[in-house]
Design a protein around this ligand. Structure first.
Ligand code: FNR
Length: 360
């Protein structure tokens, strides 16, 4: 590819050139046959737009509110692991880009910069993503550190009691470098992680017994809003509302966990209907264009999160690359809104798109 990328997809090629194969495969890969990986992107292609004309679109306002926080656009940074594999500045660079774009970054539990390093690097609005560790006291300490350092929400990822089977990582014998948030929390299992495979790490450390009633425990140890990430069905959406979480993220973990789950965009509406407006629904999986953001909003998402494109931007051009990825998606969303007759985010409605189901 020559010159500057003109869309988010072009960062992928740059990242491929910049990264050792093992790391590129780690970021890029999905589970098993990677059916869901392909579908997450392709299902967007099967949704078309229903623009309205002769609306005053001389001013377009992309800004919106997520859990009470004003952001410049409904586009957030998803939690993704190990940014130092992509760039030496790691999650600090990503957070600075989030701050300059005035959006929210969700810091991964598996980050390679500490919660403190990221917090002191900039004033980005930050949420902290949590996996519950077998030793609950370690999880509790991490949450306290996040609270002390001004993180505004806890994102509990619920689709990874075990690690999905990512065959590229198995083939490459992908190793899990030291995860910085655990330093000082002394844990034999985590220290032993040096050089071991990620799957063994997850099996040894994550609490696979975690279930709905444990949300009460989590609620009792933090005052921060709790979102659960990884809901794909109306049944679980209803339970999430019942146990009193503050938000849902419709996600299949970027197709890295259970293969043959549907594309997230094709289950978003089911979840939105199930929660009947009681809590906000966010969305991730396969967002590569401003039109994708528009489609997710039309189906009822309050905002979207972006995973791989951010990591590819980071690998290709550091903080600047992440900033460009978010800006490109914002610019495309702005144009889509103008050409669809939607001057503001709240003007985007279900009637602005047509899904496959609508055509039946
Ligand atoms: C992830 N994801 C993820 N999710 C999470 O809750 N904690 C984590 O540590 C990670 N790590 C991670 C690493 C990499 C390399 C990827 C690609 C993804 C999932 C992530 O938050 C999000 O759900 C997906 O990335 C969204 O899909 P797209 O945007 O990558 O298509």
């Amino acid at each position: 590819m020559e010159g500057e990328p003109v869309n988010v997809n072009e960062f992928q090629e740059l990242a491929k050139q910049a990264l050792p194969k093992m790391y590129y495969d780690f970021y890029n890969g999905g589970a098993e046959d990677q059916y869901t990986l392909k579908e997450n992107v392709e299902a967007f292609h099967r949704i078309t737009l229903r623009p309205r004309v002769l609306v005053d679109v001389s001013r377009i306002d992309l800004s919106t509110t997520v859990l009470g926080y004003r952001v410049s656009a409904p586009i957030m940074i998803a939690p993704t692991a190990r940014h130092k594999l992509a760039h030496s500045e790691g999650e600090v660079a990503t957070a600075r880009a989030a701050a300059s774009c005035n959006t929210i970054m969700v810091l991964s539990f598996m980050s390679t910069c500490t919660v403190e390093e990221v917090a002191s690097s900039c004033n980005a609005i930050r949420f902290f993503q949590l996996y519950v560790y077998k030793r609950r006291d370690v999880s509790a300490q991490l949450i306290q550190r996040a609270e002390r350092n001004g993180y505004k929400g806890i994102v509990l990822t619920v689709d990874a009691p075990r690690l999905g089977r990512r065959e590229a990582d198995i083939r490459n014998k992908m190793i899990a470098p030291q995860l910085k948030n655990f330093e000082g929390l002394i844990s034999a299992e985590v220290d032993n992680d040096k050089g071991s495979k990620i799957e063994a790490f997850v099996k040894g450390t994550f609490d696979a017994s975690l279930c709905w009633r444990d949300l009460g425990w989590l609620r009792s140890i933090t005052k921060l809003p709790i979102l659960i990430k990884g809901v794909l069905t109306r049944e679980d959406a209803i339970k999430a509302v019942e146990v009193g979480v503050d938000g849902i993220i419709v996600s299949n973990h970027g197709a890295r966990q259970l293969d043959y789950t549907p594309a997230t965009i094709s289950v978003l509406e089911e979840v939105v209907h199930a929660v009947v407006g009681k809590i906000p629904v966010l969305f991730d999986g396969g967002v590569r264009r401003g039109t994708d953001v528009f489609k997710a909003l039309a189906l009822g998402a309050q905002a979207v999160l972006v995973g791989r494109p951010v990591v590819y931007g980071l690998a290709a051009k550091g903080e600047y690359g992440v900033k460009r990825v978010i800006e490109m998606l914002k610019d495309e969303l702005e144009l889509t809104m103008a050409l669809s007759g939607c001057p503001s985010v709240k003007d985007i409605t279900r009637s602005h798109i047509r899904t496959e189901r609508d055509r039946l």
